[in-house]
Ligand binder design. Structure first.
Ligand SMILES: Cc1cc2nc3c(=O)[nH]c(=O)nc-3n(C[C@H](O)[C@H](O)[C@H](O)COP(=O)(O)O)c2cc1C
Length: 193
């Protein structure tokens, strides 16, 4: 059986990370569209985390597929300073449901950084232990902020449908409750209750 490889790297974004130009959302969305289009057919999965102008990405899949993707990534002009943090054969995947999970650096990750005396998200300086801890945190976290449209996050149609159902649920509950109240009010006005 072919080796299952987990490769983790850090890089610096080449777009304006202040958020002022709107570049950031557009480029992230474009990258995620490529990830999700290309990774699933190659059976690659992983996570992409972005914060403070830096990327932290984990790629999991067959050695040849992951190495070919990493070679492409090295030449992508949207980032620079690509630094390999970890590359090893693993017994199983951490991100098997995700063609590419996306996470912004959130409050929980910031707390992890503070414990390590890191003021901002600088994955280039992460220790092996910090890389492992962050991977576990990213695996267990639910995606909160989405630069890509709803329904394109998971792998396959069922994951997309489940994601869309989760998004629609609060609206459905509200609409049902409002309907019941309207009927009760109507019956009261008609003097039936
Ligand atoms: C931070 C970053 C992460 C990326 N991750 C992936 C990825 O997981 N899969 C992928 O196919 N392309 C990824 N890309 C894009 C690739 O570098 C490359 O542009 C793309 O694979 C080309 O795909 P295309 O031939 O379908 O246009 C990433 C780019 C950046 C800047």
């Amino acid at each position: 059986m072919a080796d299952l490889l987990r490769l983790v790297y850090a890089s610096k974004a080449n777009f304006d990370s202040s958020g002022a130009s709107g570049d950031q959302g557009e480029v992230l969305s474009e990258i995620l569209t490529q990830c999700r289009r290309n990774n699933e057919p190659k059976n690659i999965c992983g996570v992409l985390c972005y914060g403070d102008g830096s990327f932290f990405q984990c790629l999991e899949g067959e050695r040849s597929a992951v190495e070919a993707l990493y070679d492409r990534l090295l030449n992508d002009p949207r980032h620079r300073g690509i630094t390999l943090l970890s590359k090893r054969v693993v017994p199983q995947r951490m991100f098997r449901q995700w063609s590419m999970k996306f996470m912004n650096v959130d409050a929980k990750i910031r707390r992890m950084l503070q414990i390590e005396n890191l003021e901002s998200f600088k994955p280039h300086s992460f220790s092996d232990l910090m890389v492992e801890r962050l991977l576990v945190e990213l695996r267990d976290a639910s995606e909160k902020r989405r630069p890509a449209p709803i329904g394109t996050q998971g792998r396959g149609a069922s994951a997309r449908q489940a994601g869309a159902a989760r998004e629609l649920m609060p609206g459905l509950v509200f609409a049902t409750a409002a309907g019941v109240l309207a009927i009760a009010f109507g019956l009261m006005l008609a003097g039936l209750i």
